[in-house]
Ligand binder design. Sequence first.
Ligand code: SF4
Length: 248
Amino acid sequence: MPSALNEKISKIISIVRESIPDAPVFNFGATSIPTVKQEDDPKKYRLQSFFAAKLSPQSRDGVTFATCRRIFYTFEPFTIEKLAEATEEDFRKILIDAKHGFTKTHAQQIVASIKTMVEDFEGDLPKTREGMMTLKGVGPKVANLLMQLCWSEKHMVVDTHCVRVGQRIGLHSCKTAEKAMDYFQDNVDPDLFEDISVSLIAVGQTVCKSQNPQCTECPIRELCNFGKNRVQKKNEEVVPKKKPRREE
Ligand code: SF4
């Protein structure tokens, strides 16, 4: 799918990877959370990825990482059978200790999701996006992330960073994550989905905060509509206006 949009996205991906490798998403994001490799223990990897994706919305990457690791080390062996024995209170206590938010809701939804996996999906993660959304509390964004993590399918994951940063750069003009997700899926090469999602999150976590984006520090400013205009305006403000020439 060659297009100017895909070319611009490819440039953003390579600049961001090189310029801000310390962004939280690169070190504590969902792909960093499992303790096993997919090829070594695929079922355990998928189960751990469920927690990584489920606990990621509205939480900092570092907090989600720490919470998931606490859960993994609490339940040994980390199997669906062992997890099915746990109560809402067991999960809630871990979430509180890890200072994760929405503890009651997450605990209820985790227990209900595990029950669904046991009863409807042979103790594993569902193999389809529709199946993922039958798990309690899993909406389109988390379902996309789960399909990407568990089954290596290409789905676009859009969060608030992707909406805000993507808009400022000029990649899209959508106001909501759902609309931006559809836009990316209709117009962008699927091979770029995972990397552009993570790159926009990295920029949003570091320089492109919702209030006062630091455009002069931003490695992708030359590719960003908002950043280029902003810096140009600032430069114009500091250039003194020419005084009118006096007539002799
Ligand atoms: S140049 Fe400014 S607005 Fe554009 S992505 Fe960078 S920080 Fe955000």
